[in-house]
Design a protein around this ligand. Structure first.
Ligand code: AHR
Length: 658
């Protein structure tokens, strides 16, 4: 450490702070000590259908209860005239309910139904929407007509198109509607205008312009926000949703593949958990199912990481015998895991590989990881996991198995489960921590002390929960900065932690039950939280190998409120140093690259930083750019960089090798 009047040779990062005599902290990056490889899976995505993340969120379907299969079959629908629910001779055996619309019997009367969508049906002016329905005429009628209408918030008909049903057999019909207005919270109306009657099922409305233009597609802005994270791993479908409120409502991947119209509905484990809403209208259509999850992983260049039920219902909700599959009855659950691996990796001559191929993906998805159980605890978990491990190892020795350390970051269950995971020789152990800022900062050295020989860590769910004056658990800059500081420890310990995923991912502003979340959205817009940017920066600048960064020969883990890590990026040929200054003062740093070979020089670079003075600042739908990364050039002097890092700032210094 030196004290001198600093020359701002490098970039002035500070927000108006005067340059003055200050302590300069000397950091050393030893370029010759190439450490652990950074796994391609290092930073990724945790996906769960919580906060309307899938149905009503990423999954671009605009019609709620499109198959009339909710326990209250007309939930989400308003009917008028002669509308009848039926299930005789259905179009889809796993979704048997359908509606019959009959002529009301008088020219002044109307028959039809309206869908309220997810917090309204939304469309954007001039964008195209594909309406689909499966329908038939009855009593031998050759043709029956109905209108499809977009209705705005003032109850005006914005678009109206007719469809002619021309067969007594169930057949799909579709039209593309170009919206004449932007509507945030409208309705879709079906008005019957035939002489007799018509049967209808699976009424669906999707934007044509989905992510990658797929018909059963994803909301483009939301998928783009995932893609832009540069994720290396994509965990799905949860979270507690994997386990279900009870065993019957666990996520069953086999129900989530095949023709979308015939994927049976499942209750959402988060259905009854809204503080401010009693309406239990949160279900899983499985329209976003395992096939779609695998496709998304492929789109993002991320390793797919499915998590399956281990035969225990969510232990927070049903922690008794009724939520536990007896060990001797566990085989179907284990088969689900084995069959999933075949679905992902088997060729088309295998039973499940053939189903994948029939869905349009002949090439295997190259699955490498599988998680068994989410947040489980007590001996009921390892007892079950052991049986999965035995059979997966025997049939698929290369697949890496992920076990759980329970819902807590430490404590009784954690201390019990970790040795159990070692005993069972799982490859990775999923750790979860939703903790406060102090915890994140004081645990930046968490993995420095971990056993290097045991299973690796998958930091599968984490987020910093801040207690704010006006709002708790906000996606605030304070939370993001603490996460950034903590992640320096995750980076430094790349040999122990090859995977980390922030959680949860999505939240609809009108229907959330958990915060903070990485990405918020309403029916038309989305916003990337400040936490999202931290994840993105780590994803982009993850590098290829860890390098030691020290001050006085010690790693920087909170001394003087500084947290740091360093990596070498083989592809970009640059040294990358990440520093979080969580303190209230501007700090002067001098980073020296030692261990450079003779004639090796540094050739400048760039700095990317994030900062705001307001710790509770969030990016919101109305102010999405409140805190964004900024970038400027960085000057090097010999083997040094001299920098000034502002208070409450996270910065990444990319230093080019000359
Ligand atoms: O991320 C939200 C929930 O937190 C997950 O479903 C669960 O695994 C954890 O308790």
């Amino acid at each position: 450490m030196k004290t001198y009047k600093i020359l701002i040779a490098a970039i002035a990062l500070t927000m108006g702070a005067a340059t003055q005599a200050q302590t300069v902290r000397s950091l050393t990056v030893n370029a010759s000590k190439l450490g652990a490889k950074i796994a391609s899976t290092k930073y990724g995505i945790f996906f769960e259908d919580i906060n309307y993340g899938a149905d009503g969120g990423l999954y671009a379907e605009k019609i709620k209860n499109r198959s009339f299969e909710f326990p209250q079959p007309f939930m989400g629908w308003n009917t008028f005239g002669k509308v009848e629910l039926r299930k005789d001779d259905p179009a889809f055996d796993k979704n048997p309910n359908y509606v019959r619309l009959t002529n009301p019997g008088h020219r002044e009367r109307r028959t039809g139904l309206e869908n309220e969508g997810f917090f309204g049906v939304s469309v954007k002016k001039d964008a195209e929407y594909r309406f689909k329905v499966t329908a038939r005429t009855i009593n031998g009628s050759a043709s029956e007509k109905f209108k499809v209408q977009l209705i705005n918030e003032s109850n005006d008909v914005v678009n109206s198109t007719e469809i002619n049903v021309t067969s007594t057999d169930w057949k799909p019909y579709e039209i593309v509607i170009k919206a004449d207005q932007t509507i945030a919270r409208g309705k879709l109306r079906i008005q019957f205008i035939g002489r007799g009657a018509v049967d209808m099922d699976h009424l669906s409305l999707f934007p044509v312009d989905t992510w990658k233009g797929r018909e059963n597609g994803m909301r483009k802005d939301l998928a783009q926000a995932l893609n832009d994270l540069h994720p290396g791993v994509f965990r799905f479908p949860g979270g507690c949703i994997v386990e279900g409120t009870d065993l019957a409502s666990r996520y069953e991947w086999k129900n989530s593949i095949g023709p979308v119209e015939n994927r049976p509905l499942n209750q959402n484990r988060w259905n009854y958990t809204f503080e401010d809403r009693n309406s239990a209208d949160y279900f899983q259509t499985y329209g976003l199912g395992f096939y779609e999850y695998f496709l998304l992983s492929e789109d993002f260049g991320a390793e797919p990481l499915p998590i399956l039920s281990c035969g225990l219902a969510c232990q927070f909700q049903t922690n008794n015998e009724s939520g536990r599959v007896p060990l001797k009855e566990l085989q179907p659950y284990i088969d689900d895991a084995l069959d999933l691996i075949e679905f992902a990796n088997g060729d088309k001559t295998t039973k499940w590989g053939a189903i994948r191929a029939s869905m349009g993906h002949e090439a295997p998805f190259n699955l490498k990881f599988i998680g068994i159980g989410n947040e489980q605890w007590d001996s009921v978990y390892p007892e079950r996991l052991a049986l999965f491990v035995q059979q997966i190892r025997a049939k698929y020795p290369k697949i890496q198995i992920i076990g759980s350390s329970g819902p807590d970051s430490e404590g009784k269950q954690f201390d019990y489960l970790w040795p159990e995971m070692k005993r069972l020789k799982v490859d990775l152990v999923d750790e979860h921590y939703y903790r406060n800022p102090q915890w994140f900062l004081s645990h930046a050295d968490r993995y420095d002390k971990y056993d290097r020989k045991g299973p690796k860590v998958f930091a599968g769910e984490y987020a910093c929960h801040v207690k704010g004056e006006n709002k708790d658990k906000a996606n605030s800059w304070e939370a993001a900065l603490c996460e950034a500081a903590f992640l320096t420890g995750i980076e430094r310990n790349a040999d122990v932690v090859p995977m980390a995923t922030y959680a949860p991912l999505f939240a609809h502003v009108d229907g959330w039950q958990w915060r903070p979340d990485l990405i918020w959205f309403d029916n038309l817009r989305s916003v990337r939280s400040v936490n999202w940017y931290i994840q993105q920066l780590y994803g982009i600048y993850k590098g290829s190998n860890v390098l030691p960064i020290t001050e006085n020969k010690k790693p920087l883990i909170g001394q003087n409120n500084l947290y740091a890590s360093a990596v070498w990026d083989e592809k970009a040929r640059e040294y990358i140093v990440k520093v979080a200054n969580t303190g209230d003062s501007v700090q002067q740093l001098e980073i020296t690259l030692t261990g450079l070979k003779k004639k090796e020089t540094l050739a400048g670079g760039k700095v990317i930083w994030m900062h705001t003075d307001k710790l509770m600042q969030e990016n919101t739908l109305d102010n999405p750019k409140a805190v964004l990364p900024k970038e400027s050039d960085l000057t090097t002097e010999g083997n040094q960089v001299k920098i000034e890092i502002g208070a409450k700032t996270f910065a990444i210094y990319c230093i080019k090798k000359g």
